[in-house]
Design a protein around this ligand. Structure first.
Ligand SMILES: Cc1ncc(COP(=O)(O)O)c(C=O)c1O
Length: 362
């Protein structure tokens, strides 16, 4: 029987497994959020995040999951009379478009089939109309395991549409995939800590360009909880506008220290190696859901070409090994399954899991 006190080790694409040394950070004595100790924690954490994201601009910490970052991007940086182009290639990029609509903004969709990338030429064709103030783009679509070609898209945006703001969801990409915020010319990038930061859910990391911050000054109806202007004002004192989840920020400080010590190139390489391993197995036993050049290095979505009963295999692995991997997302349930290889998950652990899946499908 399920028991939350003895949960399975998580290889679902978020939340992912959290190591016990990280969990211990959440049990530290708490701090007053207007005191000097918190300001030190805040400053050190955001400084490290700036190094991790290769940015000299702004990094805000939201006490929310990643979806708060979606809402913030729209409410702060798209005026009610402007139009935002929401590029969609799976469940999460589609949800961001829904969020933009629910914020009352004018939204136009640019849809690719699930599993297909959003290509620069598709965006170019839309933006050529001149009617868009901003685009939303997903770095790593967790529902399909697809990495969009964000380097090419960003280059095209800088060359042809330097005035259009670029908002990026890297919820399941940040840390695991190369991301140099200033060089890419992005205006906002959003991540949740329960993915490649390998921390329990409850905090979002949001980088904001100076020009996006400037733009937000003129946007009415920014709301209260995610107002960039309030975050910027409080950042000057190394604080947040409201009481943040300090335990999460302690855990984030711990993880950022470890990540920087390892070095970003090494962190990205480690994720690529896990991706290569799972892709190798998937191609031998099944098929990749996405074309290989777009297949993600933080999770793999595998096409169920053998017609296995995915739910049964997941259940068997959980019962025997107290370990959980993911079924396909939404309409891809049973047609695909997903294995996360991000954060503090190791190649050895992934190999062990694959061995257990092999046992069930042979
Ligand atoms: C790519 C992507 N974007 C956004 C979200 C929503 O993030 P959260 O659940 O942290 O609000 C998720 C959640 O899995 C995701 O995978």
């Amino acid at each position: 029987m399920a028991d939350w006190r003895n949960p399975p080790r998580l290889f679902i694409p978020g939340p992912v497994k959290v190591n016990s040394d990280v969990l211990q950070q959440l049990a530290r004595p708490t701090l007053g959020h207007r005191g000097k100790e918190y300001a030190q924690l805040h400053a050190e954490t955001t400084d490290m995040l700036k190094k991790i994201l290769f940015t000299r601009q702004n990094v805000f910490l939201f006490t929310s999951s990643g979806s708060g970052g979606w809402e913030a991007s729209i409410r702060n940086c798209v005026a009610p009379d402007e139009v935002v182009l929401c590029t969609c290639c799976g469940a999460f990029s589609e949800k961001w478009a829904d969020v933009a609509k629910s914020c009352g903004r004018n939204v136009e969709l640019l849809k690719a089939e699930w599993g297909q990338p959003t290509l620069p030429e598709m965006i170019d064709e839309k933006l050529a109309t001149g009617k868009f103030a901003a685009i939303t783009l997903i770095h790593n679509e967790t529902s399909t395991g697809l990495m969009n070609p964000v380097d090419q898209i960003s280059r095209m945006m800088k060359e042809k549409y330097p005035d259009v703001l670029v908002f990026v969801d890297s919820v399941s990409g940040m840390v695991g995939l190369p991301l140099k915020f200033d060089e890419l010319g992005w205006d906002i990038v959003v991540a949740s800590v329960q993915k490649a930061f390998a921390i329990p859910p409850g905090l979002a990391v949001v980088a904001v360009s100076n020009r996006a911050l400037e733009k937000s000054k003129s946007v009415p109806g920014r709301g209260y909880y995610f107002d960039f202007q309030e975050f910027a004002k409080k950042a000057e004192q190394n604080q947040t506008p409201t009481t943040p989840s300090i335990p999460h920020i302690m855990a984030l400080h711990y993880q950022c220290t470890k990540i920087l010590k390892e070095g970003m190139e090494n962190v990205w390489k480690r994720h690529r190696e896990m991706g290569d391993f799972v892709r190798g197995w998937a191609k031998e036993k099944f098929e990749l859901f996405c074309e290989e050049k777009y297949a993600s290095n933080t999770l793999t979505t595998i096409k169920n070409t053998r017609g296995i009963n995915v739910a049964e295999v997941i259940k068997a692995v959980q019962q025997k090994h107290n370990t959980l991997f993911g079924n396909g997302y939404g309409k891809l349930k049973e047609l695909t399954f997903r294995i996360a290889h991000m954060g503090d998950i190791t190649l050895d652990e992934v190999e062990e899991l694959i061995g257990w899946i092999d046992e069930e499908i042979k």
